[in-house]
Design a protein. Structure first.
Length: 333
């Protein structure tokens, strides 16, 4: 029988067969391949992400592939939201269940065990550069205390490792970056390490995260940010669809605008839908109609005074494409 695929040898290369110089070079550059495993070795981890109806950025499970320091098994329970997103609410780790307490954006802030005792917490910060901690413990007569109080609270190490950060992000200990699906986020600087892959559609600053305001906005895929219930690509009243793709029931249950800027986006979304409906076969007229809607949104966003510069920059000089929906027959000129 012939082997269909070549198999790598499981022993060190023979010096007599390959030559001493070549073997010396191999050992110098690839000696780790033949070294004995360390006591704390691990074979890596595997990750499983979601599919519909959950968003694709939602991490379902994390599994250690073996080794003395394997991470073991971790699975996350997600609650789908009516607008197509998801928030983490539960955690299964090595045979034990935990409750996840997220904030208004879906960022995990607290994890409690079966006895409702905190085992992990991630306090608020400007850009998420702070590390998660465990419970706070009182420290008697602390050294170099900044106050005259005899007792101070000191953060302890968390009882478990949990690497979810802002929505769609996973903390990587080796790089100290947050994996954000399409690119990586640098919490120490509050920006991405790579430019936006969708170009200037996400704003003039291609490294910006959530318009510099991670308290009110999120960017689960590393492509754009949401604001309120209407601002964002295909973000209509809390649904991840355009206005003309919503059913009548969904239109009746759309969330209202949260502020003046959100109201501007609501008008803009409906105007774009009207352009597609009014000019289903006329490419030039539909593009002109959409451009006019974008310019009106630019002026409205500017007047709102809410500092949404990424939205203003894009809408001021956008050139939206036509989305033709008619069926044509015959020869096209």
């Amino acid at each position: 029988m012939f082997k269909s695929e070549p198999q790598a040898t499981k022993v060190a290369p023979d010096e007599e067969e390959l030559g001493s110089d070549f073997i010396a070079w191999l050992k110098k550059n690839f000696g780790w391949l033949f070294a004995k495993a360390q006591a704390n070795a691990t074979l890596g981890q595997s990750f499983v992400y979601a599919d519909a109806p959950l968003p694709e950025w939602a991490l379902l499970g994390e599994y250690g592939n073996g080794g003395s320091k394997s991470a073991g098994r971790l699975e996350i329970v997600w609650l789908p939201t009516e607008e197509g997103g998801a928030i983490p609410i539960g955690l299964y780790r090595n045979g034990r269940f935990y409750a996840i307490h997220p904030d208004h954006l879906g960022t995990p802030r607290l994890i409690t065990d079966e006895a409702n005792l905190p085992v992990w917490q991630w306090p608020y910060s400007a850009f998420g550069a702070n590390k998660p901690t465990g419970i706070l413990k009182a420290t008697q007569k602390p050294k170099q205390a900044w106050t005259n109080e005899p007792t101070l609270l000191k953060a302890t190490n968390p009882a478990l490792t949990f690497n979810l950060r802002y929505p769609g992000q996973y903390f990587d200990e080796e790089s100290n970056l947050n994996y954000n699906y399409f690119r990586s986020y640098m919490p120490a600087q509050g920006r991405y390490s790579q430019p936006d892959p969708i170009g200037l559609e996400g704003g003039m600053n291609r490294f910006n995260y959530a318009d510099g305001n991670s308290i009110v906005a999120a960017d689960p895929t590393g492509l754009f940010q949401y604001h309120g219930n209407w601002c964002g690509p295909n973000w209509t009243g809390g649904y991840e669809k355009s206005w003309d793709k919503l059913t009548q029931s969904e239109k009746n249950t759309c969330k209202p605008p949260k502020d003046k800027l959100d109201s501007c986006c609501e008008v803009h979304d409906k105007e774009h839908a009207q352009c597609r409906e009014q000019y289903p076969c006329d490419e030039n007229m539909q593009k002109r109609c959409k451009e006019n809607a974008d310019r009106r949104l630019y002026r409205c966003a500017k007047e709102s005074g809410q500092g949404s510069f990424w939205l203003q920059d894009y809408m001021r000089k956008s050139s939206p494409a036509a989305e033709l929906s008619c069926k044509r027959s015959g020869v096209q000129k």
